[in-house]
Design a protein around this ligand. Structure first.
Ligand code: SAM
Ligand code: DTB
Ligand code: SF4
Length: 337
């Protein structure tokens, strides 16, 4: 059986090692992923995060999966940046429903400097409520990353989405390297990085290998790794492709394998089972949790698409004997073996 490198080997993974993990018999892969997970995380707990779109639609980037791109014909109405008070109201509601992290997303290529004062007020306000803050606003300059760090932002989400080789098939208005550059600015500013991507965009297994390899070989593993299953949106390039070729839909077991490989290669990271849960069976989600996913978005809406909803999630967690995570401390306190 292929053996995985110990957690302390950090970011020295090779593509061959990652491909070997993907190739393992499913039960062996799950065994390894679950062993790594139990060593580093409170394995009976799931972190609950809430997502809010603070600026929807009208984005000039051409990401082939996204309803919010002006290149898509998704019928989505573009809005201005939300008022700070309305954002804080939504955050207070999220806290009442047990959310520990409040993630705010804006459909921008990058924020304008004139937007920053309101963004800073949002971060400060949510932090004062005692929740962790996460933002995803597109590319950042060094100064903007530093401004967010001073405001106390805990996490910045900036996904690499897919392998470097496949990137240009999905997005043409920016490069993979530009993504890495913003991730580096975020890290240098001292903000925790949240970076992952999307599975099920018609990519090959080798692209999933390259995707995980790019994350697992960053100078530091991202604190959070969101793994999204493509939500096919009508009017987007990839949503329409999937409607025309249903066989291109990602196989559930292959999706679970991707989660397991993320867990094994990035042992300390929170692995978030992100978009796509609404159309995922309970059994597949349960396998994702066994494979090491320990974070989900709650509520019935992600940014623009549907999500499972609080009742369905409460029922699923109860069925599986999983509890909402109280704090991330167990992971932080637990050093690699
Ligand atoms: N504009 C910012 C950016 O691109 O970094 C932030 C918002 S963007 C919507 C956040 C992430 O959501 C994307 O990087 C992508 O990974 C994910 N995403 C967007 N649309 C999706 C879809 N239809 N299905 C699955 N994931 C999606
Ligand atoms: C991430 O990787 N997934 C979340 C969060 N980061 C911002 C966004 C999912 C969006 C799904 C499509 C939508 O609702 O528009
Ligand atoms: Fe814009 Fe982000 Fe959507 Fe790409 S994923 S079109 S950058 S909102």
């Amino acid at each position: 059986m292929a053996s995985y490198a110990p957690a302390s080997s950090g970011n020295g993974w090779t593509r061959d090692q990652i491909a070997e993990l993907f190739d393992l018999p499913f039960n062996d892969l799950m065994w390894q992923a679950q062993s790594v997970h139990r060593r580093h995380h409170a394995h009976g707990e799931i972190q609950l995060c809430t997502l809010l779109s603070i600026k929807t639609g009208g984005c000039v980037e051409d990401c082939g999966y996204c309803s919010q791109s002006t290149s898509a014909d998704s019928g989505l109405k573009a809005t201005k940046l939300m008022d700070v008070r309305a954002v804080l109201q939504a955050a207070a509601q999220a806290k009442d429903t047990g959310s520990k992290r409040f993630c705010m997303g804006a459909a921008w290529r990058n924020p304008k400097d004139r937007d920053m004062p309101a963004i800073v007020e949002m971060v400060e306000g949510v932090r004062q409520m005692g929740m962790e803050t996460c933002m995803t606003l597109g590319m950042l300059s060094r100064k903007q990353a530093q401004t967010l760090a001073i405001a106390g932002l805990d996490y910045y989400n900036h996904n690499i989405d897919t392998s470097p080789e496949n990137y240009g098939n999905i997005i043409t208005t920016r490069t993979f390297q530009e993504r890495l550059d913003t991730i580096e600015e975020v890290r240098r500013a001292g903000i925790n990085v949240c970076s992952g991507g999307i599975v099920g965009m018609g990519e090959a297994r080798t692209d999933r290998v390259g995707f995980i390899h790019a994350l697992a070989t960053l100078p530091e593993h991202p604190g959070s790794v969101p793994i999204n299953a493509l939500v096919p949106v009508k009017g987007t390039v990839l949503g329409d492709m999937l409607a025309d070729t249903p066989l291109a839909k990602i196989d559930d077991i292959e999706f679970v394998r991707t989660i397991a490989v993320a867990r094994i290669t990035m042992p300390m990271s929170m692995v978030r089972l992100s978009a796509g849960r609404e159309s995922m069976s309970e059994a597949t989600q349960a396998l994702c949790f066994m494979a090491g996913a320990n974070s989900i978005f709650t509520g019935d809406k992600l940014l623009t698409t549907g999500n499972s909803g609080d009742d369905a999630d409460a029922a699923l967690l109860a069925k599986l004997g999983l509890k909402p995570m109280v704090s991330e401390e167990p992971m932080r306190a637990c050093k690699p073996a």
